[in-house]
Each structure stands twice: as structure tokens, then as C-alpha cells.
Design a protein around this ligand. Structure first.
Ligand SMILES: Cc1cc2nc3c(=O)[nH]c(=O)nc-3n(C[C@H](O)[C@H](O)[C@H](O)COP(=O)(O)OP(=O)(O)OC[C@H]3O[C@@H](n4cnc5c(N)ncnc54)[C@H](O)[C@@H]3O)c2cc1C
Ligand SMILES: *[C@@H]1O[C@H](CO)[C@@H](O)[C@H](O)[C@H]1NC(C)=O
Length: 416
């Protein structure tokens, strides 16, 4: 089987890893000139950990842990309160889990584990220019390099705003759910005053500033906000479609009076090589495949960072999709595997796309009274999370949340 994957993020390389075990020939095209290192902490939750363990990469992921000690809030005077330390046991309730890794580090781990496989090729600075045909016999594409190639399967794993998806699926097959929240991430130099917690400061008017450590000796900065009126909404939505300069200007005018370390962050923004602006939206598709083409990861079902499940879904989806493809007999149409994959995986995806009730409005207080209520609530919560049922409500990370199918070709893998 010849498989073309668009996108070397998380889903693309993870799928290449599993497909390589089935004897398929895999080509991954990536728009960026090198692996795209952007992004901050992602979680590997529940059954997705089992998949990473089956890949023999769990220790490598742990080695790249973000070194974060836990999550704490910062009050209006800059003092920390309501600490939620990372817990080693499954009952810990914290926004930080012990399986957190930077998105870029995880992408690199999956890439390194596949790049030397004899049946996997990566082509950087390459995109799919045009889908020429998608029929009973093959899917034919024209690459940006000019060459035309035929494959048995094309996987769109080129992220939330996938160009492949846009070429194949009509607009009404895709639902974009707007979470009315805008985020920017970038990296700043670490100063002696920085600590190893995820420090979250809620400024008024629905603005959040956070600082957290990484394993590379730098600090990861984030602004997050929810528009308070129609004019703000229009400005942020417009910025999400514009360039970095305009996005940073908007941040400057919006966060100048936010307090805490806002000035430090604003003055470091334009030097950052990895400034990234994201409108928080979910992607839902009525069907993930068409003919020989299938969407995977954020392309098919971006759940938004509010769920903390984007990476876990990409990893689980890769395993199940590769597993269902491995069951095909010679001559079978891949749509047979696409359909069984979707039947197995869609109910879990739909459940995971439910955003926890606490987010995002509650954590973006507009007024002083709401911020006081949030602070009191979180202070109290940090003291009572030892209550097991409450903790498991917040962090069921070690639960087997998705029942992993067993595929003959994947058994007997090394594990750590
Ligand atoms: C820059 C960035 C930062 C992120 N930061 C966070 C974060 O801090 N926290 C969090 O929870 N989630 C974050 N995410 C989302 C998270 O990566 C996903 O939810 C999850 O890991 C699933 O990844 P994916 O492989 O489906 O998509 P992605 O990780 O988005 O990877 C898609 C890949 O496709 C490439 N690509 C894009 N267009 C094309 C094209 N036309 N042709 C070929 N390749 C293309 C991209 O360069 C990228 O390498 C971020 C995503 C990105 C892209
Ligand atoms: C987490 O990262 C730190 C620093 O990079 C490292 O010293 C530590 O061993 C790592 N933890 C695990 C469990 O690998």
C-alpha cells in the first residue's frame, strides 16, 4: 500500500510509525522547511499513554518533560496562591500532568522514531498543490515540486486549517465551533525570578497572562483573552486572519494595562522566533473520509486546547486508523478500513470534544467580583482535591478512557 500523508505535526509522524509496521510505503510531505517546533505544553492522557508505551517511546517522552512542578494562580499583587502540585499518583488534580511535553519536542520524538525507517520518506518544503483524481483505482496528486504521483491512500494531517481538507470536502461538511477565545504563545529568556510552576494571572476584562518553564532553559509565555464586546471580537477575529505584526500590535494595546508581568512579555514579543497566534475553535466533520482520502488529528476533529485532548486524539486516531488499514486484504478499497475506523473512534472523539464546564468563561473574569469568586473557589479547591471522587472528576489521566482495539500486526512490539 502506498500512503501519502500531508503534515509532519503529531498525527502525521505517529501514523507513519504504525503504518511502517504494516509494510506500507509512506511519504510525508511537510510545508515547513524543517520540523515545526512551535507550541507549548501538550498532554498525553489515558489510553494514548498506552499507545506511546507500545511504540517504546514513553521513556523518551518523560525525558523531555517540561519540568513543571504544578499550577498556581497569581493575585493582583503578584503573589502566588491556590497551588495544585503535579501528583505522581492517578488521584492528583492539577492542570499540570506528569506526562506534559512541549508540542515541538513530541513532534521531534515521533519524527526521529520514523525518519530512518526504510519505507518512510519525509519531504520538507513540500505541499500538495492539487488533487488530480480520487477514484476506485488510486488517488493522484500534484506536489508543489511539480511531480505527479499516484497513491492508494491520502491522509490529511496538516492541522486545523488543512489545505487538503479544503480541496476535498465541501464547506457544509465542516463545522467550526468558535470558543470565543484568542491565545498567543511565544518563548522568552528565563530570569532569576522565574520559578518552575505554571503561573496563571487573571487580569480583569477577561485577560490571562501565564508563564511556565520548559526543559530548554527558557520560559514559555502566553496571553489569552475573551472579547468583552462586539468591537473587541471583531478586532481579534480580524487579527487571527492577518500577519504577526498586526497581532502583536493588538496585544500591545490590549494588554498594556493588564498588570503583573505584562510589560516584560510585551517587550519580548517581537524578538520571539516562535510567536504563534491562535483563535480557539473546534473542528467537526460529518464524515472524516471521501473515497481514498481521510482526515486525521486536528484536521478532522480539533477539540481545542481547552479540552487538553488534541494530542491524545491524534495519537489514538493514528493507531486505530493504521490498525484498520492493516486488516485489509489485497485489492480491498481503503474506504472499508476508513468506515470501520470511524465507527470505532467517532463516539470517543465526540465525547472528548465536550469542553469542561469550568472553561473558558469562568477562568476569564471580566469584573473584580467575578475574579474574587474565581480566586476563592480555586483556593478552596486546591485544599480539597485530595478527595478522590473530586480529583478523578478533574484528572482521570491514568484511566483507560478509550478501549484500545488489538491488531495482530502490532502485537509483539517492544515496550518501555
Ligand atoms: C504552532 C502550533 C502550536 C500549538 N500549540 C499548542 C499548545 O500549546 N497546546 C495544545 O494543547 N495544542 C497546541 N497545538 C495543537 C496540537 O498540536 C494538536 O491539537 C495535536 O497535537 C494534533 O496535531 P496534528 O498533527 O493533527 O496537527 P498540527 O500539530 O497542527 O500539525 C500539522 C502539521 O502540518 C503542517 N502543515 C500545515 N499546512 C500544510 C500543508 N498545506 N501541507 C503540508 N503540511 C502542512 C504544519 O506545519 C504542521 O507541522 C498547536 C498546534 C500548532 C500547529
Ligand atoms: C524530567 O526532566 C528533567 C530535566 O530535563 C530531568 O532531569 C528528569 O530526569 C526528567 N524526568 C524523567 C522522569 O525523565
Amino acid at each position: 500500500m502506498r500512503v501519502l500523508i500531508s503534515g509532519a505535526g503529531i498525527a502525521g509522524p505517529a501514523l507513519a510509525w504504525w503504518l511502517a509496521k504494516t509494510g506500507a510505503r509512506i511519504t510525508v510531505v511537510e510545508k515547513a522547511a524543517a520540523l515545526f517546533p512551535h507550541g507549548q505544553n501538550v498532554d498525553i492522557q489515558g489510553t494514548a499513554r498506552k499507545v506511546v508505551k507500545k511504540m517504546g517511546l514513553l521513556e523518551e517522552v518523560l525525558r523531555y518533560n517540561t519540568t513543571e512542578k504544578g499550577t498556581q494562580l497569581i493575585d493582583a499583587k503578584g503573589r502566588p496562591f491556590a497551588p495544585f502540585p503535579v501528583r505522581e499518583d492517578a488521584n492528583g488534580a492539577s492542570a499540570t500532568s506528569e506526562f506534559e511535553v512541549l508540542r515541538g519536542d513530541l513532534a521531534a520524538i515521533f519524527y526521529k522514531a520514523t525518519k530512518d525507517e526504510p519505507n518512510v520518506d519525509y519531504l520538507f518544503s513540500t505541499t500538495i498543490e492539487k488533487i488530480v483524481s480520487n477514484d476506485d483505482e488510486s488517488v493522484k496528486v500534484q506536489l508543489s515540486s511539480g511531480e505527479t504521483q499516484k497513491y492508494d491512500v491520502l491522509v490529511a494531517a496538516d492541522g486545523q486549517w488543512s489545505k487538503v481538507r479544503k480541496q476535498v470536502f465541501p464547506k457544509d461538511a465542516i463545522t467550526v465551533v468558535d470558543k470565543n477565545m484568542y491565545v498567543c504563545y511565544w518563548t522568552i529568556p528565563r530570569l532569576p525570578m522565574d520559578n518552575s510552576w505554571w503561573n496563571i494571572y487573571c487580569a480583569l476584562r477577561s485577560r490571562i497572562i501565564t508563564l511556565r518553564p520548559d526543559p530548554h532553559g527558557t520560559i514559555r509565555a502566553m496571553f489569552s483573552m475573551m472579547p468583552c464586546n462586539a468591537a473587541e471580537k471583531a478586532a481579534w477575529e480580524d487579527a487571527s486572519r492577518k500577519d504577526r505584526k498586526l497581532q502583536q500590535e493588538l496585544c500591545r494595546s490590549h494588554f498594556a494595562d493588564a498588570g503583573w508581568q505584562a510589560q516584560r512579555l510585551l517587550s519580548s514579543m517581537d524578538q520571539a522566533s516562535d510567536f504563534y497566534f491562535q483563535a480557539i475553535k473546534q473542528i467537526k466533520m460529518s464524515k472524516w473520509s471521501k473515497g481514498r482520502i481521510i482526515c486525521l488529528g486536528d484536521t478532522a476533529f480539533a477539540p481545542s486546547p481547552l479540552t487538553g485532548m488534541g494530542t491524545s486524539l491524534a495519537i489514538l486516531g493514528s493507531y486505530v486508523l493504521a490498525g484498520e488499514l492493516s486488516k485489509l486484504n489485497a485489492g480491498d478499497h481503503p474506504a472499508k478500513a476508513f468506515d470501520s475506523y470511524e465507527t470505532i473512534f467517532r463516539p470517543f472523539v465526540e465525547e472528548m470534544q465536550q469542553v469542561p464546564w469550568i472553561f473558558p468563561d469562568l477562568v476569564h473574569p471580566q469584573t473584580a467580583i467575578k475574579r474574587w469568586m474565581l480566586s476563592s473557589f480555586l483556593s478552596l479547591l486546591s485544599k480539597i482535591v485530595a478527595i478522590p471522587w473530586l480529583a478523578s472528576r478533574f484528572n482521570g489521566a491514568d484511566n483507560e478512557d478509550f478501549k484500545l482495539p488489538v491488531y495482530a500486526q502490532f502485537e509483539g512490539e517492544k515496550s518501555t
